[in-house]
Design a protein around this ligand. Sequence first.
Ligand code: PEP
Ligand code: MG
Length: 551
Amino acid sequence: MILMQGKGVSRGVTTGKLYFFKRVDTTVEQRSVDDVEAEKERVRQAQEKSIAQLEVLAEKCRREAGDEAAVLFETHAMFVEDEDYVECINTTLEDEGCNAEFAVQTAGEQFAAMFAAMDDAYMQARAADITDVTRRILNNLMGVAEGGIDSDEPVILAADDLAPSETVQLDKSKILGFATQGGSGNSHTAILARTMGIPAVCGLGDALKNEYEGRVAYMDGETGQVFLDPDELTAAGLKTKYEKQQEMKMLLQEMKGKEDVTLDGKHVNVYCNIGSPEDLNAVLQNDGQGIGLFRSEFLYLASNDYPTEDQQFEAYKAVAAGMNGKRVIIRTLDIGADKQVDYFDLKKEENPAMGLRAIRICLNRPEVFRTQLRALYRASAFGKVAIMFPMITSVWEVKECKRACAAVMKELTEEGIPFNPDTEIGVMIETPASVFVAEDLAKEVDFFSVGTNDLTQYTLACDRQCNDLGKFFDPHHPAVLRALKMAADAAHKNGIWIGICGELGADISLLPTFLAMGMDELSVTPSAVLPLRAEIRKSIAQTCDLKLLEC
Ligand code: PEP
Ligand code: MG
């Protein structure tokens, strides 16, 4: 038996073959070739493969979301064979005597630029489709597996570490678990694993060896243990644990449809954190009463180019409409730090967590911000959308955000596009500065939501990405809890509500503390909703105290 010990960051017991994530260098360079006809044949085969993939995607979409959604992939399939596009590829191949990859990339760039330069907004938006189709053909030329996993059966995905942009592009249906050498429990990849309800262990270090590829592993996302060839006793223990988990899940089903209220009548909104419209199913299955945090940046991370206003609108609308009148808080773009998006061309920074990230990027790039705000306000006509700004440190930032919102509402009014003018506006409390000026911020907005992941990082000066900080990264630290209390007092004094959307919100051991502070909302990963509800319903808010705030 081989035991690898890491850190459990997403609960659950699972077993399956280990598959090592393969990073393929997808940069395209021009090469001279002797046999142009052979390159043409490579392009033809990559086109055929792309069309077959798009047909499968269109069919899946038709089954799950109807004809309208399937049209996108059908259009992409048609474009793969578009006469002018193919002619452009062949001309480059012949004129330059170059490799297929370079010819396809050149054609893609030329066509995307041509569409982007058109007057009609609809045609402009097609530039992103062309880039997408071109990327698909290139991936097939370079042997990059779709969804990142070249396996017919689901696997435990092993890697040195995974960036959030890599994780969002994976085919989730093929992943039984994540096992990584590096990483930390507060990284966005761990957060994504929890949102998807997939067991994950990080920090396995050198114990996780490439030579284990293909071997059957057993992993426990709670204890952080990964086994190869477990002995009988260990295997039996894991099986029992798995069965108990399933039993517990069944028992928790009883909580569905029940109110999130303590024995003495204190109501707490239990909402969910999501990263994409696909997570909506998990929210509905777990009876989440709203969305407390839609991390909109994952739309940007999953894309090869800036998502257009229409693409964003469709995603926000799907969630707003799918929640059927329940509150859906969408956070504006929060990239930077560990969430890097190539096409933003952000400068490399010494301290990215304290650099140009989140709202700072939006305020510096008004066009990017405006596109997102337009999509958000348009979606507000289809449900109870609320807009939330991340990484706020100053009142002037909020005022500037509100001015951008007002400008967008004016535009939409003039264009006759429906939206909800009373859309709630909130800010995230995730910097010590925002805690200190919380009284002033509260006068500007409708709600606060505390991002405890960043608040812990900035309050304790502890990098949330670093797995070696151990006990120094302590979200239970009295300084963090006192910051939460200060923000809650400031909110309530000014008549607005406050919630927690950081990972700490799901920490059952802190529920009495949150109740004593008067937290109005807790937004957690979908699978944490029912356990939290069960605990709230056993609690008596009046007897809860703030003992943990003492040193
Ligand atoms: C947080 O910082 O707690 C938060 C919810 O935002 P993110 O984890 O996406 O930075
Ligand atoms: Mg944050």
